[in-house]
Design a protein around this ligand. Structure first.
Ligand code: AMP
Length: 551
């Protein structure tokens, strides 16, 4: 027997339409690419997004067509995002930090017909224009005079101005009217192995993910929040904030391209931000700025941090010095992205803060709609004792089922779980902790060493800014850990200081065989440590212990 309730397709245009009726005047504030702060509202964004839809239709865009954006977080970017999605076309967010070769590969693979771009990225696009076979139009997110000037300076032909296109259209446009399973967004994984693969979100999965993130133990957003979305829209949908903020009518602040400490601090204060989300490096820059200037955030209450493991110093400094709550989140492009959060349960909350910290440093527990499984290489369940490592698998309402155009073949196991490629533990309190990527785990004497755990500890040494650990071949143990440390500006240190600091905090046999001080730790396009590059750099490196062993 079927239920007898209304059929109300879960399409994301309804989120913005809701905001336009019930939160029309709530502000969306952007630090524009040109510099000045620009203010708009959910009502205006809705109106202009409809004009974008009409402009796209006039250019021949049909449901299912891919329309790309290469843009920083801004009100304009949100208008384009909803303008594309509202008519059933697919919004493909391009990551500007990718190399031109990867960018061209992705654009061609997705068959993008149109690219909306900030002026910042125009040189890259124009230089590589000939290699973007499917692209018919480049639309610059700028006023007509700006685009005319750029065209005159560069000799580029056929550039369109988003403002002229929008101005010429009416805001009368019907959105939706397609099934909730219609594709809505496309985002390529960082592609640490092989070519990047496309994750094709549906309206339904994005809508459900929005509801999931709004749970109070997840992002817990409210109409009373002012949210600074530092996490880019091109990195897994800004963790859903461009859906969840209009869904509750939160005030949204978009930082544009400036994510340095002083710029972020300025927005936090002038816009009275209550909540923000970003990767750890952004918070490190902010905290360094606060320390250097003695300034304090006055309205910020909580920050969600994810994308890579949160260093202990961030959790403590925010809590001890500024009274800001840190929630760690784990997720991936394939999980829309939120998968787990370190939100304290009542049992954890009742502990002194000191005893809460180990749990806050874990990636946490899943909300309803996300199922986790932890298995060994043979698929057998691994004990949830906080010690045993296993492969982390996920299943849920907004988790990838297969990659765009069938790349990678069948990616779910027989029970429908997706292998995240992460290695993790789950403790008796249900807190999951990522210990490594499968390919980064260090196999020493048949046992696994967690590179992430050593990195986090080493990076919390007072002189260290960042640390990376890789496994280096060893004649006796297969692999042994090599620790690279980038020191804070002006610091000097001996390897023994770092090793002494680690002593007692990790198992003896996890101790790195060598510590090297480096000027740079390479980061990938989503700001994560690029172990592939480090491994290539040190592929012929001989550890002192290996030299002794083979002597
Ligand atoms: P991406 O798809 O680029 O967002 O990358 C997803 C990967 O980032 C995950 O599979 C994890 O390896 C890593 N990751 C994300 N969040 C965290 C976190 N809080 N701690 C450790 N690793 C994380």
């Amino acid at each position: 027997m079927q239920g007898l309730m209304q059929d109300w397709p879960l399409t994301v245009d309804r989120i913005l339409s809701h905001a336009a009726v019930w939160h029309a005047d709530r502000e969306v504030v952007t630090r524009s690419v040109e510099g000045p702060i620009v203010r708009t509202s959910w009502g205006r964004i809705h109106n202009r997004a409809k004009k974008v839809s009409n402009a796209l239709r006039a250019l021949g865009v049909a449901p299912g067509d891919r329309v790309a954006t290469l843009a920083w977080n801004s009100g304009r970017h949100i208008e384009v995002w909803y303008g594309i999605m509202g008519i059933g076309a697919v919004c493909h967010t391009l990551n500007p930090r990718l190399f031109p070769d990867q960018l061209c590969y992705i654009i061609n693979h997705a068959q993008d017909r149109i690219i909306f771009t900030d002026t910042t990225f125009l040189p890259t696009l124009l230089e590589n224009r000939a290699r973007m076979e499917s692209v018919e139009h480049i639309i610059v997110l700028a006023d007509a005079d700006v685009v005319a000037r750029i065209a005159a300076e560069t000799g580029a032909k056929g550039l369109l101005s988003s403002e002229s296109l929008i101005e010429a259209q009416s805001a009368d446009c019907v959105w939706g009217d397609f099934p909730e399973t219609q594709a809505c967004g496309l985002c390529y994984t960082s592609g640490t192995t092989g070519n990047p693969k496309g994750v094709l979100y549906s309206h339904r999965s994005n809508f459900l993910h929005t509801l999931l993130t709004l749970q109070s133990d997840v992002m817990g957003l409210s109409v009373n929040d002012t949210v600074l979305a530092v996490v880019p829209m091109f990195h897994a949908n800004a963790w859903g904030l461009t859906f969840s903020c209009p869904a509750v009518g939160a005030r949204l602040i978009m930082p544009g391209q400036k994510m340095d400490g002083p710029s972020i601090f300025e927005l936090l204060e002038t816009e009275k931000v209550t909540m923000s989300a970003a990767v750890p490096t952004v918070w490190q820059m902010l905290l360094a700025h606060l320390k250097a200037t003695g300034e304090r955030p006055s309205t910020l209450k909580r920050v969600v941090i994810g994308g890579s493991a949160v260093p202990e110093a961030i959790v403590r400094t925010f809590h001890d010095d500024y009274g800001v709550q840190v929630i760690q989140a784990w997720g991936m492009t394939e999980t829309s992205p939120l998968g787990t959060l370190s939100t304290p349960t009542p049992e954890i909350k009742s502990l002194p803060f000191e005893d809460q910290v180990p749990f806050l440093l874990k990636q946490g527990r899943p909300p309803v709609g996300v199922e986790l499984d932890l298995v060994d290489d043979d698929g057998a369940s691994v004990a949830r004792d906080g010690k045993a490592f296993g492969r982390l698998k996920v299943r849920g309402l907004a988790i990838v089922g297969s990659y765009f155009r069938g790349d990678g073949g069948e990616i779910l196991d027989e029970r429908g779980f997706f292998d995240t490629g992460d290695v993790a533990t789950i403790d008796p309190a249900g807190y999951m902790q990522i210990t490594d990527r499968v390919k980064d785990v260090i196999k020493s004497g048949g046992e696994w060493i967690s590179s992430i755990e050593i990195e986090n500890l080493a990076a919390s040494h007072p002189k260290a800014l960042m640390a990376a650990v890789i496994g280096v071949p060893h004649p006796k143990w297969d692999e042994r850990p090599l620790l690279l440390v980038k020191l804070k500006d002006g610091e000097t240190a001996q390897a023994s200081e770092i090793l002494d600091y680690l002593d007692g905090k990790i198992a003896r046999w996890w101790m790195p065989d060598e510590v090297l001080f480096v000027d740079e730790i390479p980061l990938g396009a989503t700001g994560k440590i690029d172990k592939k590059v480090i491994r290539a750099r040190y592929q012929d490196h001989v550890l002192p212990t290996a030299r002794r062993e083979s002597a």
